[in-house]
Design a protein around this ligand. Structure first.
Ligand code: UTP
Length: 293
């Protein structure tokens, strides 16, 4: 059965305080892992899942993401004139031709739920995906995490699907944690979502990470969601309300997640990509061996 996920939302209006001072001027999503910014990995995953409309929820300071996916006339004509065709193809290949980008502004950073709600006029009433680009999920040449989730949603009659990952017990207070009943090796039906529970009261160690397949109905639920902790409108609160109406599945995706919203995660992602790159793997291994003495 074909998956019907045409639109994917990228909430990228956060302040990125963990990467200050760089994020004074560089959007967190533009930080590179090797030669590609985080947003490129996220966009590739959305396109792999079937998306043809990418909705970026940005703030008024983040022009770099729009610039990155726009045509770079001067650079492209210089590369063409000097016959640097491989580089030209790379610059022109950031976005396939059939895919369009829509930019929506989140006027104030009022939380992830609020950022997703800002995409409502573009998404309308159809199922859509959400990717948080700072969670880089790498599955080599296999299906991307969002494609796996979109396929599951179609197989399960349009159920909402939320990516989860097992985390160490002492980490539960950093994530939304689900209580879920297993349905298959990777999927489980969610009974309850708890935002950042202390390890001793957490219902499990299955943590929500940055991928969602949601029905358009979530927008109405977000509109009725009151600001929670820190005055932010939480996406998990609206998902909690959705649980009362329809099936929402937790899905343990195939692939490795790197939390590139923090420094160690970005270092790990960079090392993993370097070790997977035929030209860089050898020298990277040699460097690590030398450094470890
Ligand atoms: P984070 O919790 O990682 O916040 O947001 P942040 O501002 O990006 O980074 P730090 O914690 O200050 O370093 C999770 C995702 O939600 C988006 C962020 O851009 C990120 O993709 N977000 C968060 C918004 O788009 N708007 C918001 O109001 C809050």
């Amino acid at each position: 059965m074909p998956n019907r996920l045409r639109k994917v939302v990228f909430p990228v209006a956060g302040l990125g305080t963990r990467f200050l001072p760089a994020t004074k001027v560089v959007a967190k999503e533009m930080l590179p892992v090797l030669d590609r910014p985080l947003i490129q990995y996220a966009v590739d995953e959305a396109v792999d899942a079937g998306a043809d409309t990418l909705v970026f929820v940005t703030n008024r300071y983040k022009h770099a993401i729009a610039d990155y996916f726009d045509k770079a006339y001067e650079l492209e004509s210089k590369l063409a004139q000097s016959g640097k065709n491989e580089l030209l193809a790379m610059v022109q290949g950031t976005l396939p031709r059939h895919v369009r980008c829509v930019f929506v502004t989140q006027p104030e950073a009022l939380g992830l739920g609020h950022a997703v709600l800002c995409a409502k006029p573009v998404v309308g009433d159809e199922p859509f995906g959400v990717i948080l680009p700072d969670d880089l999920i790498w599955n080599g040449s296999g299906a991307g995490a969002l494609r796996q989730m979109a396929d599951l949603s179609v197989r399960e009659n349009g159920a909402g699907v939320i990516a989860v990952e097992e985390v160490a017990r002492e980490q539960t207070d950093k994530y939304g944690i689900v209580d879920a009943r297993p349905l298959s090796e990777r999927a489980a039906k969610i009974n309850l979502v708890v935002e950042k529970p202390k390890p001793e009261v957490a219902p499990s160690n299955l943590a929500i990470v940055g991928r969602y397949v949601l029905p358009g109905r979530i927008f109405e639920l977000l509109e009725n969601t009151k600001p929670g902790a820190g005055g932010e409108i939480q996406l998990t609160d609206a998902i909690e309300a959705l649980l009362g109406e329809r099936s929402v599945l937790a899905y343990r995706f195939e692939g490795t997640r790197f939390d590139c919203g923090n420094k160690l995660g970005l270092v790990k992602a960079t090392l993993a990509m370097a070790l997977a790159d035929p030209a860089l793997a050898g020298p990277t291994r040699a460097y690590i061996a030398d450094t470890m003495g």
